[in-house]
Design a protein around this ligand. Structure first.
Ligand SMILES: [Zn+2]
Length: 421
C-alpha cells in the first residue's frame, strides 16, 4: 500500500493539541499505561515517534536512556492506544438514525429501512454522512470499513480525518455476472473500480440477495487484486431458513422487491457452508455478523482463515441475538468489531460495542481491545500500518483517561479521549 491512499490527518473535535505536521525528529510519548495490543500493556510506558511513524515502544526509563536527544511529551495519568478500527459501517445510511423499527426481525427491519431511506433527500444523506465521519473520529475510530451502496459514492473520506476502506456493495439474486452487477452501480463507483482505486473494494451484500455466480466472480475479482471482499453472512435465522428452504419472511421481502426468489435454487445449507462451497472463504474474506453458525461452520471459518466482523449492538437492535463470540475466539477465528449502520445502532461509538462483548458475552477487555484494533486492521488488510503500537507502524493513536485495562473501555464509552499526533 502506498502512502497516497492513506489519509493521515490533522485531529479535530476532542483534541488536546492544534493540528500540525508530524515531528520529523524523534519524540518520546510517555504515559502511565501504554497498550501496544500485540504485547502486554506497559506501566510507565513510552512510544518513540518520528514523521508519524513509530520507532520504538517500551518502558519509559529504558527508552529515555536509548533516545537521549528526543524530547519527551508526558501524557500523564492515561492510557495510549492505537486508533480503533470499525470493521463494518454503512456511512451512507447515517441519515436513518432513529427512523428504523427495532426488534422485529430481519425482513421487517429491511422493509422499514427501505421505506425510511425513500424519505431522505440527497442533501440529508450527504450531511448525515459527514456528521458520521466526525462522530467516528470523536469516539476514537481512525479506520473504518465502509459499505457503500449509495448514489453519492465518494470512495474516500471527504475531509481527510479518517482512513476509509470503501466496499462497493453488489446485489442481485438473478444477476449472473460481476459485469452486469457493476453496470448497475452509480458512475463514480464504476469509475473507482475501473481505475483500480486502492482504497476501494467489493462487498457482496449477502448470500440471500446475490447469485452464486456473482459471489464467485466478486471473489475472483478481489483475489486477483489482493483485496478484501466483504459479505453479510449468517446474520439471522430468517437468512438460514431461506438458504435452506427458499422460504420464509425473506422470500416474501425479495418477491416484493422484484428479485424473483422463486427462480433461485436455495443451496440447502447454512450461510458459511454455502460460502465455503463456492470457494468464497479465505484470508481475504470478511464475513460480517456470523450469528447463526454451527460448530462445524466455525471450524470452516478457522480452516479458511477468513476474517469475521461482529456487530453485536446491531444484532440486538434487529432482534437476531448475539453471535457465538467465545466459540469463534476459542477456535482462533480473527474477529473484528463493527457498529454497522445508524439504521440498526444508536451511535458509532465502538467502545460501546466493546462493552456488550465484555458485559454480555464475558470476553476479557484486553481481548476485546485487540478485536477493536489489531483484528480490525487485519481483517481490512491494513495490519502492516495500523492496529497496534509497533515499530514501523503509523502513529495513529489515542489517549484515554484510564490507567488500567479494565477501565479503558468505560472511559472510552464516555468520550474521555483525545487524539495524539
Ligand atoms: Zn451491514
Amino acid at each position: 500500500m502506498s502512502t497516497r491512499d492513506i489519509n493521515l490527518y490533522a485531529p479535530r473535535g476532542r483534541v488536546s493539541e492544534s493540528p500540525r505536521r508530524p515531528d520529523s525528529r524523534p519524540v518520546l510519548h510517555r504515559a502511565q499505561l501504554v497498550v501496544p495490543i500485540t504485547q502486554p500493556a506497559i506501566e510507565d510506558g513510552a512510544v518513540v515517534v518520528a514523521d508519524g511513524v513509530i520507532l520504538d515502544v517500551g518502558p519509559f526509563q529504558q527508552l529515555r536512556r536509548q533516545w537521549l536527544e528526543a524530547p519527551a511529551r508526558d501524557h500523564g495519568e492515561a492510557a495510549l492506544l492505537p486508533a480503533l478500527v470499525n470493521g463494518h459501517a454503512h456511512l451512507d445510511l447515517s441519515g436513518l438514525a432513529g427512523q428504523v423499527q427495532a426488534k422485529d426481525g430481519m425482513a421487517e427491519w429491511i422493509r422499514s429501512l427501505l421505506t425510511a431511506r425513500e424519505r431522505l433527500s440527497q442533501i440529508q444523506r450527504e450531511q448525515a454522512r459527514l456528521q458520521a465521519l466526525t462522530s467516528l473520529h470523536a469516539f476514537g475510530t481512525g479506520i473504518v470499513g465502509d459499505i457503500d451502496s449509495s448514489a453519492t459514492f465518494t470512495g474516500e473520506d471527504s475531509d481527510g480525518t479518517l482512513v476509509v476502506r470503501t466496499f462497493v456493495e453488489l446485489f442481485g439474486l438473478q444477476i449472473e455476472s460481476l459485469e452486469a452487477a457493476v453496470d448497475r452501480l452509480p458512475h463514480p463507483a464504476r469509475r473507482a473500480l475501473a481505475n483500480g482505486q486502492k482504497n476501494v473494494s467489493l462487498a457482496v451484500h449477502a448470500p440471500y440477495t446475490t447469485s452464486a455466480s456473482l459471489l464467485r466472480e466478486a471473489k475472483d475479482w478481489t483475489s486477483e487484486r489482493a483485496k478484501v471482499v466483504s459479505v453479510h453472512a449468517a446474520e439471522s435465522e430468517e437468512e438460514i431458513l431461506f438458504l435452506r428452504t427458499g422460504k420464509g419472511p425473506l422470500r416474501d421481502l425479495l418477491e416484493e422487491g422484484g428479485m424473483e426468489p422463486g427462480r433461485w435454487q436455495p443451496p440447502g445449507c447454512g450461510a458459511v457452508t454455502y460460502l465455503d462451497r463456492l470457494g468464497f472463504l479465505d484470508s481475504l474474506s470478511l464475513c460480517v455478523h456470523v450469528v447463526q453458525v454451527s460448530e462445524e461452520e466455525i471450524q470452516l471459518l478457522q480452516r479458511s482463515r477468513a476474517g469475521v466482523c461482529l456487530c453485536p449492538r446491531s444484532n440486538l437492535f434487529i432482534g437476531n441475538g448475539l453471535p457465538p463470540v467465545r466459540q469463534l475466539l476459542d477456535a482462533g477465528v480473527p474477529c473484528a468489531i463493527g457498529t454497522d449502520s445508524l439504521a440498526s445502532n444508536a451511535d458509532l461509538n465502538l467502545f460501546k460495542e466493546m462493552t456488550v462483548l465484555v458485559d454480555q458475552c464475558g470476553i476479557g477487555p484486553d481481548v476485546v481491545l485487540a478485536m477493536a484494533t489489531f483484528h480490525g486492521a487485519r481483517n481490512l488488510g491494513l495490519t502492516s500500518h495500523y492496529g497496534s503500537l509497533e515499530k514501523s507502524k503509523r502513529w495513529l493513536a489515542i489517549r484515554v483517561a484510564a490507567t488500567d485495562i479494565e477501565s479503558v473501555i468505560a472511559a472510552g464509552c464516555q468520550g474521555a479521549l483525545e487524539w495524539l499526533i
